[in-house]
Design a binder for this molecule. Sequence first.
Ligand code: AMP
Length: 111
Amino acid sequence: MQDCVFCKILRGELASEVIAETDDIIVIKDINPKAPIHFLIIPRKHMNDIQSMAHVDFFYGSKIFAMAYHLSKTIPNAQDFKLHVNSGKTAGQIVMHLHVHFIAGKLEGAL
Ligand code: AMP
């Protein structure tokens, strides 16, 4: 997707702080963190939101859980965390490339 911010990051056209990556997903620091630890788990494939996923792409769900598990084990102070998805504009989604917020460190009041 030409104008998608996360696709630009994935293509290396936009800078970001990469925390982890696999063949299927990338994890970056949120540019405007709502908690001491606020990452975005982003599938490499462009999908607008959960509603527009094809059934064959549902494996991304388990990849994202596996990544959350990995982050919780390897990032200091992230053993307890929240996963948060805004799916669709009226649900508060701003960047229309499916992503999951990984939030830890201070959970009260974060998203
Ligand atoms: P959402 O409301 O779920 O679409 O959230 C989009 C998130 O992406 C927000 O928390 C933004 O701060 C974050 N964001 C937007 N642009 C960037 C960027 N270039 N690098 C990192 N995070 C970003």
